[in-house]
Design a protein around this ligand. Structure first.
Ligand code: SF4
Length: 426
């Protein structure tokens, strides 16, 4: 994107406008840069990793990086900095809005306040790419043109050309990924998150490389042309992309999700729980980073995630629909003061046998789940705590069995349930 869709510099530029390499620039660089060069300015991109990340108040990591990018551009002596209040991106067919998060939307005001004396050089038009914001965006383009001494007709034409340029980039990006996906019959990890975190090499702690060096393909989640029913009441652009990728992965056995998020990210604080629920029973990786995160910790977590994928594949775990046919019912037996699991194939296992996974059905408050988890872990036993209201016991047993590969499952909780063994997992 930064090479192929970079603008050509005007012969006699009117001046230099800086573009901070942070936040929406990772998604809208073709649009911004084409627009500014069309106005007759040379576009200067801030350098990766330069500038001070000091902020006036605690804020998320990407916003710190925006401070650093603006700092770097000011140090370069650009005439202006382009930092629009970008409100909303075009929504997919199944959603009404695709807002950017409040931090991204309002960072121009924060930056102007922080860099007080340079505020007059920071251009902050109100913009949006959703159809209902087109008129107001065109007005702002004209207002910006007046500030820069550019004819409003030229600015208007430049904006239209920039929109076409952005659309061309998005088409080419999607086509390229689709081509790469076509015929891919190997396991792959779908990397999701904000483009300015997950796909920015100076921010993402080399997670894509950490995955590919273990032999798995990495697919950028925002390139999957999807609409997802999971997004019906979701109005945030980037979490829509994430949930669409989740929808894609959960219907394919060989696709796994890795989400790189940031500490104190508002939309992800909610989305993480949805993701966990939707991917229940599938291995996935959720990483939170900030400016203090080190490679070693991330390496360990990504390594564990890939180990789980590998272990599942080695056991030839079969999809639940197929496995269901092979599950044979087991039962609990009392002998003296002890209780045993007698599996479908006649094996007799003590309840605290490491092969037995206990599934606790707990629909109550979180502290009940925590108490159960504490009890089991203090007795060195493995437990999977599940909410019961939307699943049957057998499904819970089976999901746990398939995920862990442990050949016997017992059910505890408010209701007693089936105990099953799947011969195919041994
Ligand atoms: S989406 Fe999250 S990480 Fe990104 S700017 Fe907003 S709060 Fe920060």
């Amino acid at each position: 994107m930064f090479q192929e869709f970079a603008p050509t510099s005007p012969h006699c530029p009117r001046g230099r406008i800086g573009l901070p390499l942070a936040l929406t620039t990772y998604e809208l660089y073709p649009l911004y840069s084409r627009f500014l060069s069309g106005l007759g300015f040379e576009v200067v991109l801030s350098r990766r990793g330069f500038g001070s990340r000091r902020t006036a108040t605690p804020i998320c990591y990407p916003a710190e990086l925006m401070h650093a990018a603006v700092d770097d551009l000011l140090a370069h002596g650009v005439d202006f900095i382009f930092l629009p209040y970008m409100r909303e991106l075009p929504a997919g067919r199944s959603v009404e809005h695709a807002y950017l998060c409040p931090v991204t939307q309002d960072i121009p005001g924060v930056i102007r306040a922080f860099f007080g004396t340079a505020a007059g050089r920071i251009l902050t038009p109100e913009m949006g790419l959703a159809p209902h914001l087109e008129a107001v965006t065109r007005q702002e383009v004209a207002r910006l043109a007046a500030t820069l001494g550019v004819r409003s007709q030229l600015a208007n034409e430049s904006w239209s050309a920039a929109l076409a340029h952005q659309a061309a980039f998005e088409r080419s990006y999607r086509d390229e990924i689709q081509e790469a996906l076509y015929g891919l019959d190997q396991p792959a990890v779908i990397l999701v998150g904000r483009p300015y975190v997950a796909y920015a090499p100076e921010v993402n702690l080399s997670v894509p490389r950490k995955i590919t060096t273990r032999g798995l393909t990495v697919i950028p989640g925002d390139a999957l042309p999807l609409e997802s029913p999971l997004n019906q009441r979701n109005v945030w652009h980037f979490t829509q992309d994430i949930m669409s990728a989740v929808e894609y992965a959960r219907h394919r056995t060989d696709r796994y999700v890795c989400d790189i998020s940031c500490f104190s990210c508002g939309p992800d604080a909610i989305n993480h729980h949805r993701m966990r629920r939707e991917l229940d029973g599938r291995p996935f990786c959720f990483l939170e980073i900030d400016s203090h995160t080190a490679h070693a910790g991330i390496e360990t977590r990504v390594g564990a995630f890939l180990d789980i994928i590998e272990a599942g594949r080695v056991r030839h775990v079969v999809p639940a629909a197929q496995a269901k046919r092979r599950v044979t019912t087991a039962h609990l037996e009392q002998e003296g003061s002890g209780t045993y699991v007698v599996t479908g194939t006649g094996r007799r296992l003590a309840l605290n046998d490491p092969q037995v996974v206990h599934v606790a059905l707990a629909d109550g408050p979180q502290f009940v789940s925590d108490l159960l988890a504490g009890f089991y872990s203090s007795n060195r036993m493995e437990v999977a705590i599940r909410s019961e209201h939307h699943r049957g016991n057998a499904a819970i047993c089976q999901a746990s069995l398939l995920r862990t590969g442990v050949p016997a499952v017992s059910v505890h909780g408010w209701k007693s349930g089936a105990v099953s063994e799947d011969a195919s997992t041994r």
